[in-house]
Design a protein around this ligand. Sequence first.
Ligand code: FJE
Ligand code: FE
Length: 301
Amino acid sequence: MPERESSVIVNDPRPVVRKFLARQQHEGLGAIVRRSIGRFELKYFDPFLALDEFSVTAPAGFPDHPHRGFETVTYMLQGAVTHEDFEGHKGTIQAGDLQWMTAGKGIVHSEMPAAQGTQKGLQLWINLSSKHKMIEPRYQEMLSKDIAEVEKDGIKVRVIAGDALGTKSPIYTRTPTMYLDFTLKPGAHLQQPIPVSWNSFVYVLEGEGIFGSSKFSPVTAHHLLLLGSGDGLEAWNKSSKPLRFILVGGEPLGEPLAQLGPFVMNTQEEINQTIDDFDNYTNGFEKARHWRSEAATNLGF
Ligand code: FJE
Ligand code: FE
């Protein structure tokens, strides 16, 4: 077979098998999210539980709430969000920064706007396998300046998790995951390998792109594209403006799912136990008994 490219790194490009427009809905306290994964038509895309493109303006936000059994990955696009948890872990996630939070057996925290104007970002919920659901909570945080950014042939990539263009992220993914933030200049053509056994999707942030096959029609912002089987993604920017999207992939867990909002376990029995633990401040929720975030306190809760 003649090689048309100097280096063909995707032999069997993944097709786009489903496409969703993420519409706005209200979540938290007056916050607006465009939820793609996690809405009723797409409850779960193993191992991904939710993908929200969020938009919060004070006094809206996500005051004190719990998590158990999964990870939340917050990647800021504009503005800043302050978080504080029941163990005293606190910080501000600014545009371009990343917070990779492993809730494990339990986190209670608040996530609130840190600045005037509208704060925007992405929050991805990644499931944990049964043997990792009750691990100790852990944070991995990266400032924008520390996230590797590589540019080649009109393609810029910020390597949040996994590797691209020969650069590897230091983030440890308990559930094997890749998370890449691509910007393609007009005319650019991308080939990005994805492990064949993984589920993967694209979420378009800006501009318009062609994904999966050069014959497909262009896709615009706020669309989620589920990719079918193959060994990688091919994408083209045939427009006259920059194209920005994220590519996320993960190894499916293949386990039963029992979910009650922010509690994600394998069985209903474990969910009942989790409600019990949350109500009684046990098995990881001990510190929730006497804790209230400063944000909630200031709002008069
Ligand atoms: C949550 C409702 C929620 N998407 N994107 C119910 F809104 C939330 C929640 C978030 C969230 C937070 C940020 Cl910073 C960004 C989000 C949902 O906090 F956890 C439950 N259970
Ligand atoms: Fe949260």
